[in-house]
Design a protein around this ligand. Structure first.
Ligand code: 13P
Length: 297
């Protein structure tokens, strides 16, 4: 199946009262976990990789192209609608290279940039993406950070609804990631999301909204988030946790004399990484159901 437009998928999600999940992968096993879960749920899904946790030098030395090379064959054999996203590119150059390599959606992390630079560079990226039929996501405001003791919101900024409307108008982006108390990378507990603030943004910005920090987004708040314009949830941390916990469980009962060929890279039931993949796919299916995407392919 050809890649689907991320913006188109989000518009359909808005009209259908559900959200599409972007479940962040980091290798072929995790990417397959997402697609298999989406196919099992008959759900549209956004496949892709994130730059935030990846080493910048590795990304610049061909990592971006390598990730596209993993994603494209899988995306093309998908039996549900998929887009392929390069998430949270550090630099405009990485985002452009992602589009050249075949990603059909890109998200720029511009939270550290001043307004003028953000407007100029994101507008440039949008113009570049348009020549390839690709979608662009950007964020306005800044999410709090998860720290060992909980949440550090000292550098955080809520998305300002008026600024967001102006930013959307000036740049031509396809969707806007919002900061409404949601937290990236929180490993336990739920973020104190401000749904009234989300609704204020939704009243001013006509675009589909994106909720990063899906791991700690309170499940009971999902229906109001959907009504408040959210068309995509980004999920990362919980997926790596599920993957790793499953592997640790097996390594803990490791038999003596284990055959390395069977447990690494065989893609059989004996493959340690398949154990992680199975656990991750179960989590993705649970979240697709939570976002209302099952049966919407
Ligand atoms: P979590 O890791 O908190 O789920 O957030 C992922 C994310 O927002 C990726 O863009």
């Amino acid at each position: 199946m050809a890649l689907d437009s991320m913006r188109g998928m989000m518009d359909r999600a808005r009209a259908g009262g559900y959200a599409v999940g972007y479940f962040e992968a980091w290798d072929s096993y995790s990417l397959e976990a997402v697609l298999e879960a989406a196919e099992a749920e008959q759900a549209p899904v956004i496949l892709g990789f994130g730059c935030m946790m990846a080493d910048g030098a590795w990304l610049d030395a061909g990592g971006v192209e390598m990730l596209a090379g993993l994603g494209l064959p899988l995306a093309h054999r998908a039996r549900v609608p998929v887009a392929l996203l390069l998430n949270e590119a550090h630099t405009l150059e990485q985002a452009r290279r992602g589009l050249d390599a075949g990603f059909n959606a890109v998200m720029m992390d511009r939270s550290a940039w001043a307004w003028d630079r953000a407007v100029r560079e994101i507008a440039e990226l949008v113009a570049y993406a348009r020549t390839r039929g690709a979608s662009v996501e950007a964020e306005l405001g800044r999410l709090p950070d998860a720290v060992a003791e909980g949440i550090d919101d000292s550098a955080a900024a809520l998305t300002d609804p008026e600024q967001a409307a102006e930013f959307a108008h000036l740049t031509g982006i396809d969707c806007l990631a919002v900061s409404v108390g949601n937290v990236h990378l929180l490993t336990s507990g739920y973020a104190p999301v401000d749904l009234d603030h989300l609704e204020a943004i939704h009243r001013r910005v006509g675009l589909p909204l994106v909720m990063h920090g899906g791991t700690s987004f309170p499940p009971q708040a999902v229906p109001r988030a959907l009504a408040g314009g959210v068309a995509k949830f980004n999920v990362g941390t919980i997926l790596k946790k599920r993957f790793l916990d499953a592997i640790r469980g097996r390594v803990a009962v490791w038999p003596a004399g284990v055959d390395p060929h069977q447990v690494l890279g065989s893609h059989k039931d004996t493959d340690l990484l398949n154990t992680g993949k199975t656990a991750m796919a179960a989590e993705v299916r649970r979240l697709i159901k939570l976002y209302g995407g099952s049966g919407k392919a």
